[in-house]
Design a protein around this ligand. Structure first.
Ligand code: MLT
Length: 338
């Protein structure tokens, strides 16, 4: 992408963030205006009428009346961005909705891998490790990696694997030694405590011992296996500092850099689609396809308010008995596959 490009000139982008964000918000905030020449309005919950009791639909109608060209939305509820997209006339980019999806993160992850390896993702084995139950990054990556021809493994204690995950075509492991054996890429995830209802790990110490990525656990992966993390990172919880900072194997810094490029490319593609002659629209749809999937929707609070699975209602949180291997005494619990 060229340094300065004017595809957003005369276009208005509204950033609507109902949740905190550093990387995503910054890459949708400063760069589109600076490098693509657009007008950017940043709204956060603290400054919007949502605080005064306005509903999401009211907000959508208000924003629609301002005729923005693109709306970038992050929301704590799965399905919220999809709902909003149905009510407005402009393009909508999902910048992360609840535990559901984070499409631009998956795109930037794929780009980071391609750039480092100098080839596509076909035939790679990717292990996504950690708090998959609460991770929208995991869901988007599972979809994208599969589309791009990679095999995906999910490695986590049973408490952090959402029900029905195997239906997404991933191989599930509860043990790092087996889960990381011969993998090409390791994506570590944070324990997303702000999205948790209840306790999912007996202690941080125990979690790090069994699931934290250190050089010892890394030994079973391919010798040149690469390490990724969407951030924010909790050093000493899901990843050892020296592994995160390993300049030969860690792609974490490149991921941040690629975030800017991918988000600019998405904006560029969307506004180009808006001006393309009929029948020549670029093929890029940054919308929440998964929300059309009944399996996902039934777990989305906004799609079916008040409905929770029997398993989720029951909530089987128990302590860990510890020890390595598949039988750690963990019990599955969680918000399901939303
Ligand atoms: C997200 O927004 O989901 C982040 O990029 C990953 C995280 O919060 O751990």
């Amino acid at each position: 992408m060229t340094r300065k490009h004017s595809s957003l000139r005369g276009r208005t982008l509204i950033n609507l963030f109902f949740e905190n964000s550093t990387r995503t918000r910054t890459s949708f905030r400063a760069w589109p205006a600076k490098r693509l020449g657009g007008d950017v309005i940043n709204m956060s919950v603290g400054t919007s009428s949502i605080k005064k009791g306005e509903t999401l639909i009211d907000t959508a109608m208000t924003l629609n009346a301002m005729h923005p060209d693109v709306l970038v939305v992050r929301h704590a509820d799965s399905g919220a961005v999809h709902l909003l997209a149905e009510k407005v006339n402009c393009s909508v980019i999902n910048a992360g909705d609840g535990t559901h999806e984070h499409p631009t993160q998956a795109l930037l992850d794929a780009l980071t891998i391609r750039r480092r390896l100098g080839r596509g993702l076909e035939g790679l084995t990717v292990a996504i490790c950690g708090d998959i139950a609460h991770s929208r990054v995991a869901r988007s990556n599972i979809h994208l990696m599969a589309i791009m021809g990679a095999r995906v493994r999910a490695v986590a204690p049973p408490t952090l694997i959402p029900a029905g995950l195997e239906r997404m075509g991933v191989e599930i492991h509860h043990d790092m030694e087996r889960g990381l054996a011969d993998v090409d890429i390791i994506m570590m995830l944070r324990l997303q405590t702000e999205r948790m209802k209840g306790s999912f790990v007996p202690s941080i110490r125990e979690y790090y011992r069994l699931y934290g990525l250190d050089y010892e656990k890394l030994k079973v992966a391919k010798p040149d296996a690469l390490i990724m993390h969407p951030g924010p990172m909790n050093r000493g919880v899901e990843i050892a500092s020296e592994v995160a900072d390993d300049i030969d194997r860690s792609l974490i810094r490149e991921q941040v850099e690629m975030g800017v490029a991918v988000r600019m490319a998405c904006l560029d593609a969307l506004v180009s689609a808006q001006v393309a002659p009929v029948g020549k629209e670029p093929v890029i749809h940054i919308r929440d396809e998964r929300a059309d999937d009944p399996h996902n929707l039934q777990k989305c609070p906004l799609a079916r308010p008040g409905k929770r699975s029997r398993r989720a209602r029951r909530g089987v949180g128990r302590g860990w008995t510890g020890g390595r291997g598949g039988s750690t005494g963990l019990h599955r619990r969680g918000p399901g596959g939303c």
